[in-house]
Design a protein around this ligand. Structure first.
Ligand code: NFE
Ligand code: MG
Length: 483
């Protein structure tokens, strides 16, 4: 007989998540992911000045406000045909990049790692070391990571003025600037952050780690003396001993909007849709479905520009306040794994070929991106010229539509706005966790996390640690999901 297990609330995440699973013969046969509150940001936006999006939408979330600021500023830039001075590209990339790096660091040490210390893993060779380093709030690496997080926050203060909810991000640039002194300070603090990565997380230079371009080389590097002291090696060993490479397979379709705009019109991370191979991304193929969502009936799946947010609390068959975004009608996984695949990161591409999508590949992609971004941010800092402008005068006229697409820590983030008579007529937000944590659509197709949970073997249904790992490997944020 199937046992129903409800994890509610799922702990250590932003916002409220309820996950229901049915377990039969120690196997998950059915999973449901529910966003259990309505927030209504899209409705708040209607009738306001388009520029209000810069102030209001970052409040959707306490941990990715900079990403919402960047998305809103890009939507407005399109609507105003705004142009930015070169410095502003690097400043915005630094704001976004620091937010993402800080998020990945916090995710690993503060949110994911505590589950690794479970007594379930007593038999593993790394159990004691994992507990020594990763015990919540007390582990030796956790304490150091908290200090590194503080360094990241200091950088955010210097490039974004404050965090969360920086007011510096605008369609025509940043109102925060840098002089030689703040620039030098920022470079120094980023070095402190990099020191943590190199001394504790990797136990080697960032360059050496980023040169590892295959799983075989990763295993050889692990064996080399000197690397046994690093957190990533400890985690790698644990992943393989505990079988994290074999749980949590997602839909195996991936999307990235591309992010970190550069003055030459390119982006540091490319956009794309990956299904068996890379396809160009076409945002017109995105639709949000509401078959299992608490929104008004008789509304077909819609592109966000035509999106409607009309809550219907007692809708029969509904179980989430999240809509269900789909690309060409299909579920897709977004986030660091999607970005690393679409960017053709050699290590992750090789790992995907050897072990498919799993808790392990998803986590390694996130940690890989944290290191790649740290290196890239130091290069962006070198490009800033304090003698040049950071901001250009904006126009007060808006065209009818604005679309702002970027990549937040957890994946693809889009803001779509329709403007009439210089006021917002419709504002629609589709967040990364709405993609990953989405409920079923009209055709009954489960969302990516629901799919990743189905079929997993649960050793002890009273303590479903495997389920925790899988959900957490997506790093869900439910404030964003239901916005
Ligand atoms: Ni609330 Fe967010 C990120 C966005 S996730 S954290 O990253 O947008 O859906
Ligand atoms: Mg929305």
């Amino acid at each position: 007989m199937a046992t129903l297990i409800a994890i509610d609330p799922f702990n250590r995440i932003e916002g409220d998540l309820r996950v229901e699973i049915e377990v039969e013969d120690n196997t998950v046969t059915f999973a449901k992911s529910s966003g259990i509150m309505f927030r209504g940001f899209e409705r708040i936006m209607s009738g306001r000045s388009p520029m209000d999006a810069l102030v209001i939408t970052p409040r959707i979330c306490g941990i990715c406000s900079g990403s919402h600021g960047v998305a809103a500023s890009k939507a407005l830039a399109l609507a105003q045909s705004a142009e930015m001075p070169e410095n502003a590209y690097y400043m915005k990339n630094l704001i976004l990049g620091i937010e993402v790096v800080m998020s990945h660091l916090s995710h690993f040490y503060l949110l994911f790692a505590p589950d690794l210390t479970s007594p379930r893993y007593k038999g593993l060779s790394v159990y004691e070391k994992v507990n020594h380093r990763f015990t919540a709030m007390k582990g030796s690496s956790v304490v150091m990571a908290l200090n590194a997080r503080q360094s990241a926050l200091e950088i955010m203060g210097l490039v974004g003025g404050k965090w969360p909810n920086s007011l510096a991000i605008h369609p025509t640039g940043t109102t925060s600037t840098m002089n030689l002194s703040t620039l030098t300070r920022t470079i120094g603090i980023l070095k402190e952050f990099q020191d943590f990565l190199e001394k504790r997380f990797l136990n080697c230079s960032l360059g050496e780690w980023l040169d590892i371009d295959s799983f075989d080389k990763l295993l050889k590097w692990q064996e080399k003396s000197g690397h046994n002291g690093s957190d990533i090696v400890l985690f790698l060993t644990m992943c393989l001993e505990a079988g994290f490479d074999r749980i949590g397979k997602g839909p195996n379709r991936y999307m990235s909007y591309g992010a970190y705009d550069l003055p030459d019109g390119s982006t540091w991370l490319p956009s794309g849709f990956f299904e068996n191979r890379l396809h160009p991304l076409d945002q017109t193929l995105i639709k949000e479905h509401i078959g299992a969502s608490y929104f008004r009936d008789a509304v077909e799946a819609r592109h966000p520009l035509e999106g409607v947010t009309a809550p219907l609390v007692d809708k029969s068959g509904a179980y989430s306040w999240a809509k269900a975004p789909r690309y060409e009608g299909k579920t897709v996984e977004v986030g660091p794994l999607a970005r690393m695949i679409i960017a053709d990161d050699p290590l992750l591409t090789d790992m995907m070929q050897q072990m498919d999508s799993s808790v392990m590949t998803r986590m390694f992609a996130r940690l890989r991106e944290m290191c790649r971004l740290t290196k890239e941010m130091s290069l962006w800092l070198e490009k800033i010229n304090p003698a040049e402008p950071f901001y250009a005068s904006p126009s007060s006229r808006f065209s009818a539509t604005g679309i702002g697409l970027t990549e937040a820590a957890r994946g693809s983030l889009g803001h779509w706005m329709k403007i009439s008579s210089n006021l917002i007529e419709n504002y629609q937000v589709v967040t990364p966790s709405a993609w990953n944590m989405s409920p079923r659509d009209e055709s009954g197709q489960p969302g990516p996390v629901e799919q990743a949970l189905t079929g997993v073997h649960v050793a002890d249904p009273k303590d479903p640690v495997e389920v925790n790992h899988i959900i957490r490997s997506f790093d869900p944020c439910m404030s964003c999901t239901v916005h």
